[in-house]
Design a protein around this ligand. Structure first.
Ligand code: FES
Length: 314
């Protein structure tokens, strides 16, 4: 059977030979393309759809705002990197504050391992801080994330920047080589997952510190709310990880009985939140910086945090 896309607007797919009057609405992509003047596309069963690509970086027949998402993501990631560099290298003060005796720490500098006994007495260089010692773990975890790979291939390498948009000539020359050379580190993602889980648990531990006030009361502050939001979103981000999903239910032929059944059920649950993995990636990332900005503002006295005692208190 032979299908032919023969309209000037690619919005209708006609079955020519056997059912000439039957039409179907094609993919969303077809609704976002410019009418092709005299273009004729031929789709042979089993061959896939051959789209007419315009040659030249960024050239396309799409008429939707295909560039908006990669542009916003590129700007977001660039700002995140610049803020992190500024904080870690140039402005590593004001990493925490106290409100009514409760301790609130910036998500970027947690855990503050320099306060741990094992590092006490270490006469470290002045450029060493908690972020320098710890941040490489979440940074590597995010950098090797499957979703993140999609983002940076699109935004920074334009490979391709969007569906049906032509890529730079150099990409065509080099071609996709897979996760090799520098990108081989992507294969370590599951190990970064193992390393990030303790950090996630410490984030929850940090929240308890924001709730313990000096008058033996327990309650909440602005810091509690922000750190809790960050920990919740980070938990969803980590638990929706593709590698964790595979760890839960992968490598099995069947989820029939016993432990495999439990693993299958876990796999199904993770699969539900895995669908929004990209959302959890961004929201948890944004909240790291919101938490850091909040900590700076409170620590410098620009904002006065509140403390609401809910239990106890003298
Ligand atoms: Fe994104 Fe694992 S795949 S965090």
């Amino acid at each position: 059977m032979r299908l032919r896309w023969s309209k000037q607007k690619l919005t209708t797919l006609h079955w020519h030979e056997h059912e000439p009057n039957r039409s179907k609405t094609p993919s969303l992509l077809a609704q976002n393309i410019r009418p092709l003047q005299g273009a004729r596309l031929v789709y042979l069963m089993g061959d896939g759809l051959k789209l007419p690509m315009l040659n030249g970086m960024g050239r396309t027949d799409r008429i939707d705002k295909w560039w908006a998402q990669p542009a916003v993501m590129g700007i977001g990631l660039t700002l995140a990197v610049l803020w992190t560099l500024w904080r870690v290298v140039f402005f590593s003060d004001h990493i925490d504050y106290n409100v009514n005796g409760a301790h609130v720490i910036s998500p970027m500098f947690s855990p503050n391992v320099l306060e741990w006994d094992m590092f006490s007495g270490w006469d470290h260089p002045s450029w060493v801080n908690a972020a320098v010692l710890i941040l490489w773990i979440p940074f590597s975890f995010r950098g090797t994330c499957y979703y993140m790979r999609r983002v940076y291939y699109r935004t920074f390498f334009a490979s391709p920047v969007a569906c049906w948009v032509d890529e730079p000539e150099i990409n065509k020359k080099i071609g996709y080589k897979g996760e090799k050379r520098l990108f081989i580190v992507n294969n370590l993602h599951r190990y970064f997952l193992y390393m990030v889980i303790p950090i996630l648990l410490i984030k929850w531990w940090d929240i308890t510190h924001t709730m313990t006030f000096s008058n033996d009361g327990y309650g909440i502050s602005g810091g509690t709310i922000i750190l809790t939001l960050e920990a919740v979103c980070l938990t969803f981000y980590v638990t929706s990880c593709h590698a964790l999903r595979h760890l839960a239910g992968g490598m099995l032929d069947r989820w029939a009985s016993g432990i495999s059944k439990v693993r299958g059920a876990l796999f199904s649950k993770i699969s539900i939140i895995n669908r929004d993995h990209g959302f959890w990636f961004w929201i948890s990332l944004v909240l790291v910086f919101v938490g850091d900005a909040w900590t700076i503002a409170c620590s410098k006295g620009m904002i006065t945090d509140f403390s609401l005692v809910l239990i106890g208190g003298a």
